[in-house]
Design a protein. Structure first.
Length: 72
């Protein structure tokens, strides 16, 4: 699943993928893969991204399950 919250938060800071990658110590390709939903980052990387963007884990990485899975 794409991480549009991360992409939106990064854009709000007017940060490129490369700038965020440099701040958190990974490659641009890693940030791209996280945003595309192709890579599940470690909790340490998630926390570093959250700290850099001034967000909480829930704000950037929590996904509500679809209603069907919630039994609704």
């Amino acid at each position: 699943m794409k991480n549009l919250k991360l992409k939106s938060a990064r854009a709000a800071f007017d940060m490129s993928q490369q700038q965020l990658a440099d701040e958190v110590g990974v490659t641009r390709q890693t940030i791209n893969a996280i945003e595309k939903g192709d890579y599940n980052p470690t909790i340490r990387l998630c926390l570093s991204i959250c700290h850099t963007l001034g967000k909480t884990l829930d704000e950037l990485f929590w996904e509500e399950p679809p209603e069907k899975e919630q039994g609704i």
